[in-house]
Design a protein around this ligand. Sequence first.
Ligand code: PLP
Ligand code: COI
Length: 356
Amino acid sequence: MSLEVSQKISVEKIAKSKIDQVDFNELPFGQIYSDHMLVCDYEDGKWQLPKIVPYQNISLDPSAKIFHYGQSVFEGMKAYKDEQDDIWLFRPLDNQKRLNISAKRLAMPELPESYFMEGLEALLLLEKDWIPTTKNSSLYIRPFIFASGNGFHASPSDKYKFIIACSPSGPYFGGELKVLIEQKYSRSANGGVGYAKAGGNYAGQFYPTNLAIQKGYHQVIWTDDTTHENIEEAGAMNIFIRIGDTLITAPTSDRILDGITRKSIIKIAKDQGIAVEIRNISVHEIVEAHNNGILKEMFGAGTAAVISPIDAFGYQDKDYMLPKMEDSYANKLKKQITDIQYNKSEDKFGWRYGVK
Ligand code: PLP
Ligand code: COI
């Protein structure tokens, strides 16, 4: 860690840790929070020094712009602990850069890399005991920036808060995953904010996703807003489709989140000699491949979701089951990426980042 910012981060420690109350063998996703958080305020036109404080509520004026105009962006990352108790992050600078890409789109101030990285590392060193070592678990990290300035005028806030909160977490999905290919609603549009990790993108998904849940599905797969023909991504993950032995995923655009897991999977798959095509793929092509018996797999890829195989998809009032495969690309690629993340294999692409 460089000493530029980290030496100046003040630390207020919690009087008594809550860690004894946590059952690390039964971790839900994102519902338990560690003892401390990092807070950094943007005021008077600049980011003030970050501080680490006990995890606590935030007090805001009812006119704070976050409540009215939704200026809010976030990231999702994980910290992993290996058998030597060393702490690892996965491509953290990509999250740092993407947070700023999102912030810029929402007219929010970008955060210097040193504030993000040194703040994160200082927090993780303090919260080291909160990083689970139980199977399929990790410390989920949620960095976010929101408008904390006041006023009902519909214009960007003059104050913001950057916070990093941590949550020891188990898997995002449990059990079978059934998705609905959306034909009416859109998650994003050309020229919009789909590529940003903006809170509002998720709020806009909840209603159509609830409708899908009522029909027995778990997630929606979004299609392009113009024709609803081409597969884009799911609510919390990018989508891969295997037809024959070829892995296909949609190209990123200003409508789709440029997922870090997605681009890592593309690289690992190609390195393994798997044919990967980054191109538009229509629902029609998927249904036809299913009918011809060559649709072998569909899976989602994301930080929270890791690699989540899809068991079935619904389209135009019909359900299509996917075959169950032991030697699936999903299983193989999941093992390869998690072995890198948990420091169990060689890191040939230089993605692992040690926190010391
Ligand atoms: N797409 C959406 C909408 C997401 O929320 C996420 C999760 O972050 C992803 C894709 C996957 O991105 P990443 O692999 O960077 O976590
Ligand atoms: C992540 O995968 O980290 C995400 O941000 C998805 C989130 C909606 C849980």
